[in-house]
Design a binder for this molecule. Structure first.
Ligand code: ADP
Length: 503
């Protein structure tokens, strides 16, 4: 069984800003369950240190370029997976988010913060930093760990990415170099820094060529991963196809097209223990596909919690997510008055764009009892919306995978979603044929517009008013298996294939 080092910049439940944090928690746990030896490397942010008090020191990393020295601490995630915590207080132990400060601005030293994470990953993977753990595969995620592939590449060439004791040592390190899998969770965030950052990261000048890390005069961590990984994966087959052309290629479509034979789409799974309506501790009444009547009590509870009218005859539409252009939240804002007038109720939970927050508040004020908006991160309310809503809205412009459409299918709350990325891969549109064959699970629309969203909701509401069709649709979604085991098995196969194949 291959040994895997999984490196990520966030990992639930210790630190999470989005889907990456969920994947970094669940995928290593599912791989460990398959028998792989796996350790997860992550930065020692303040909340990670607080969760891992008194962790033992395993190794030290010497300073390099402008990056300080660091310690590697041994810890264990609540999932049972071994964690390697990269402790460098000057870079990570501070008040604020993993990427942004209190004013939502990028930390000015992000190149060094994530450069150090990448260098640590490369040192563990190839330099024998941990004598009892020499990974066969380094699995890195998104731009924050992309540069690890470059450190390994240049270390093999005997440059300063990793100090080679002798010419022979460089050759040996190439032979022992682990395979690198780079997973793109969102290509739009690329980790671009001024070219002048390069020496501070301890990489050679040649790394700044267009065939390496240079991207329009800047240094791209994302490009490092795409350029030098042995395999690139993205989180759905649909997104893997979409990023091979613009605009979703975000300027990198040419490179992805060039690497297409090494590009794979593997759908994310969900945590089906946490997201299970039969056992969910956050919701008012638990239910499953054979006890769907109890779902109505969750709608009443949600209406009461959010100050919506206690009216079972109105369809209740839910939204949970970042208030971001990517999520099509502006389309929802535009459609909201017409949705309220349908008539329908709308429950929105999200944080992000301040202007959108203000617009949403104004709509809620104009439609009391019909539209409710909650701001901030609220895990319990997210579960209550999944359970209490009748329909779940996801008008995303693009969606590498998306988790909420899987949660909502599992909660008997059919999604109304734009047909992009993971949505198109795991929602079956409710056509009359799909309903007859028992495969329909939701409603897809193509065009990026408030009109197309509204038309899809109208179509969904018509189905909602047909109890037999609606039950069938709910039960189809609830019967599906969205757990991690199939995806984890796919990753495990990919690791094996890479280890068997010549470079
Ligand atoms: P992304 O990573 O693009 O934000 P995903 O759908 O992949 O989107 O994952 C987002 C995760 O974060 C989901 O589990 C979603 O329910 C959760 N989430 C997003 N916003 C909130 C919020 N305001 N409160 C609670 N959970 C949220």
């Amino acid at each position: 069984m291959p040994r895997i080092l999984f490196a990520a910049s966030e990992c639930a439940p210790w630190v999470k800003t989005g889907g990456l944090g969920d994947v970094a928690e669940a995928l290593p746990a599912a791989l460990a369950h398959l028998g792989l030896e796996i350790r997860t490397l992550l930065p020692g942010y303040r909340e990670v240190l607080a969760a891992t008090r008194a962790a033992a020191e395993l190794a030290r990393l010497e300073p390099c370029g402008e990056m300080p020295g660091a310690r590697l601490l041994a810890a264990r995630l609540p999932s049972g997976v071994s964690a390697l915590v990269l402790d460098a207080p000057a870079l990570y132990d501070r008040e604020g988010g993993p990427y942004l400060d209190a004013h939502d601005l990028d930390w000015p030293d992000n190149a060094l913060r994530f450069g150090l994470l990448c260098r640590a990953a490369a040192r563990i993977a190839a330099a024998g930093l941990l004598p009892d753990f020499r990974p066969d595969v380094l699995h890195i995620n998104d731009w924050q760990t992309g540069l690890a592939a470059a450190y390994l590449h240049y270390a093999g060439a005997g440059t300063q990415g990793e100090p080679a004791a002798s010419p022979g040592a460089a050759a040996r390190s190439t032979a022992a170099r682990p395979r690198v899998v780079f997973t793109v969770h969102n290509l739009a965030f690329q980790g671009l820094f001024p070219a002048q950052a390069l020496p501070g990261l301890g990489l050679p000048q040649e790394a700044l060529s267009p065939q390496a890390l240079e991207f329009h005069g800047r240094l791209s961590f994302m490009k490092a991963g795409l350029q030098f990984a042995d395999a690139i994966t993205t989180v759905s087959p649909g997104y893997a196809a979409e990023i091979r052309s613009e605009p979703l290629g975000c300027g990198l479509a040419g490179l992805l097209e060039q690497r297409a034979s090494r590009l794979y789409g593997i759908l994310n799974g969900i945590d089906d223990v946490t997201w299970n309506p039969a056992t969910d501790p956050h919701i008012a009444a638990r239910y499953d596909r054979d006890r769907l009547e109890a779902k109505a009590r969750n709608k009443e509870a949600l209406q009461a919690r959010l100050g919506l009218a206690a009216d079972p005859t109105l369809p209740l539409l839910g939204f949970v997510g970042r208030l971001a252009w990517q999520k099509g939240i502006d389309l929802l804002v535009e459609a909201a008055p017409r949705l309220a007038a349908l008539p329908a109720q709308l429950a929105v939970l999200g944080s992000g764009d301040r202007e959108i927050e203000i617009e949403l508040r104004a709509i809620a004020a104009r439609w009391p009892g019909r539209v409710a908006v909650a701001h901030g991160l609220d895990e319990a309310l997210a579960h209550q919306i999944e359970a209490g809503a009748d329909l779940f809205l996801m008008p995303s412009r693009y969606e590498p995978c998306g988790l909420n459409q899987m949660y909502s299918q599992r909660y008997g709350t059919p999604p109304v979603a734009r047909a992009t990325g993971g949505h198109a891969d795991n929602i079956v549109d409710c056509t009359p044929e799909a309903l007859r064959s028992g495969s329909a699970t939701g409603f897809l629309f193509q065009e990026i517009s408030a009109e197309a969203l509204f038309a899809a909701v109208e179509r969904a509401c018509a189905a909602w008013r047909d109890p037999a069709a609606w039950r069938a649709l709910q039960r189809n979604g609830m019967a599906r298996d969205f757990g991690w085991s199939a995806s984890a098995a796919r990753y495990a196969r990919l690791y094996e294939e890479l280890l068997r194949a010549p470079r």
